[in-house]
Ligand binder design. Sequence first.
Ligand code: G6P
Length: 613
Amino acid sequence: MCGIIGYIGHQQAYPILINGLKRLEYRGYDSAGIALLNGEIKVFKKQGRVRDLEAFVAPSLPLEASIGIGHTRWATHGEPNDVNAHPHMSHTLNFAIIHNGIIENYDALKEGLVERGYSFASETDTEVLVHLIEEIYRVSDVSAEDAVRLALQKVQGAFGILVLCKSEPNVLIAARRSSPIVIGLGDGEFFVASDATPIIQYTKNVIYLDDNEVAVLRADDLSIKSIRNIPRIPQVQTLDLELEAIEKGGYPHFMVKEIFEQPKTIRDCMRGRVSRADGEVHLGGLVDVMPRILKARRIIIVGCGTSWHAGLLAEYLIEDLARVPVEVEYASEFRYRDPVLTADDVVIAISQSGETADTLAAIQLAKSAGALVLGICNVVGASIPRLTDAGVYIHAGPEIGVASTKAFTSQVTALTMFALMLARARRTLSDERYNACLQALQLLPEQVRLTLDNTAPKMQQIAPRFADATNFLYLGRGYNFPVALEGALKLKEISYIHAEGYPAAEMKHGPIALIDENMPVVFIAAKDRFYEKILSNILEVKARKGVVIAIVTEGDTRIAELADYVIAIPETDEVLIPILSVIPLQLLSYYIAVLRGCDVDQPRNLAKSVTVE
Ligand code: G6P
């Protein structure tokens, strides 16, 4: 969703801001803008992509300024257009603001401002805040920093903001509540952003703002206070991130780069955690809370989108291997339906970004009920790992493609390790079964590599046959039902083809009515305990002339005789099939989307990190 970049220092701000906006494009956006301060504040903003903004600014170049702010907007209040794009200016043109998040009481604040003579250019909630800051600055005769702090005390909702003030030209002000702000420390300069991606090329030393904090940046000085004016000593952290990780590295799209990174990302997720020597799984982040986990009455898993699919798989894994009751909930439903929660529950929040608004709210609810809350996250230092009691980082590295791929397989890897650790501690598995799972885990990265090598050419070859399809059905049973859901989600996200995932046996309760010679049906039919059953489901589809694409285990000849297209994956323990079977589905959606000319990395209307509910 919206992205923030800011700069103050000795360099020209404009190239840094534009470059930063390009790095932020992956978050999903519909307009972009910048403000530069040099004597006066100059604002340029444009609906569309960052390149449209660049073209718009080009006639005004060179733009001399060593302080500035930039924003990519994903519309919430007001349609995506030039006027609603950020930055927004105050009446006297003394302040400019960019804002991520939502100001919930903006109606009430706006009413007051209108009564006091303010008029509004845009339909955004953000413009309310900049007028409020200016009013306080003017009426109370305080510094810009104090005006921002006092204005934020009146605001309900979420914000990550940057503010420029023409009459205080050496100051850049940043603040956060529920919407991340990270400050990069350069040599006599600061880079501020909504995540580390635009900062990493300049510095690895960063400070994360906490909720309800304001940072005041001058080229050679930084101070952090709460919005109630209590100072905080800043804690500098080092980013464990390389620039190559956020570049395409020769691939045409981030998504395909990330699909092909999976042998490495899965290995990284397991590194130091699965030990051949003692046959144990070590998830260091959970050691201290293990006694409480073992006492849990049940486990509730919350997440959204692809992370919810990983959660659904975890339900199968944990109940199957560790015999603990598990419930899986969409975070957005859980947070509002007044669930029954006690201090005996363990809640696991799964999130790639660690910033998803609904998942954050679900965590807050679980914490207020006294439950132990664990996080399974990718982005180090994000809001969810900071809010949870303990957790596991999946170490997939930055995921830039909006459609999640490598984060999903690493989430499932981490959750499989968790299920095995729990099973070991609860003695719910025989040594033989436990060791077989552990061994299969260790073979996994290499099997993922083989799966990529063998299925990518095949998927590329069959994609043209389906590039004009209008509907797709994905069917699986047991561990492969969540994979069916994930395969369908991938296809609709990036190719805009309607696709549904279903438990294969449910087909006859509805979707079977859709099947004819035009309906492609993807079966995830690798050899597991449901093999015979899914074979019958394939026959049911073939009897109605459906076109069957089957993901099977290497060497399977029975399905090969029935299906129109067969894609083989290596044999593994059934608990790990999803990590292999999802790979050809990721590839199928990628190749189809490319053939359809879709914007694979930034599909329309979608955002990478959904920071509003
Ligand atoms: C968005 C993204 C999805 C992601 C979901 C949850 O919808 O486009 O790819 O699965 O948010 O995000 P999270 O960061 O919490 O995993």
